[in-house]
Design a protein around this ligand. Structure first.
Ligand SMILES: [Zn+2]
Length: 95
């Protein structure tokens, strides 16, 4: 009778192979998809609306939530008039 010692350690703790810790890949560059300096493109009818419009001028679809009005945006033309009108209405309602 010969006994072969089985010396295989069944539990090896603290010796796990080190996984290379790669930094997460950088996010892809922000593509100017629905957001541009000219305004936001309606996802429904692709009409380009002024940044300050809360809804599509053509089909009244909501402005994309991720759209941000550029800080240096200056409303011009009819959009400026519209904003002035809105401000005027808000003043009237506030009183
Ligand atoms: Zn639209």
């Amino acid at each position: 009778m010969s006994t072969t010692e089985c010396a295989t350690a069944s539990n090896v703790i603290g010796n796990s192979p080190q996984r290379p810790l790669l930094p997460p890949p950088p996010p892809p560059a922000q593509r100017q998809g629905s957001v541009s300096r000219d305004g936001w493109t309606c996802p429904i009818c692709t009409f380009v609306n002024p940044p300050t419009r809360p809804g599509c001028e053509m089909c009244s679809a909501d402005r994309p939530e991720d759209f941000q009005i550029p800080d240096d945006y200056v409303p011009m033309g009819p959009e400026k008039d519209r904003l002035q009108e809105v401000a005027l209405h808000e003043q009237l309602f506030a009183q």
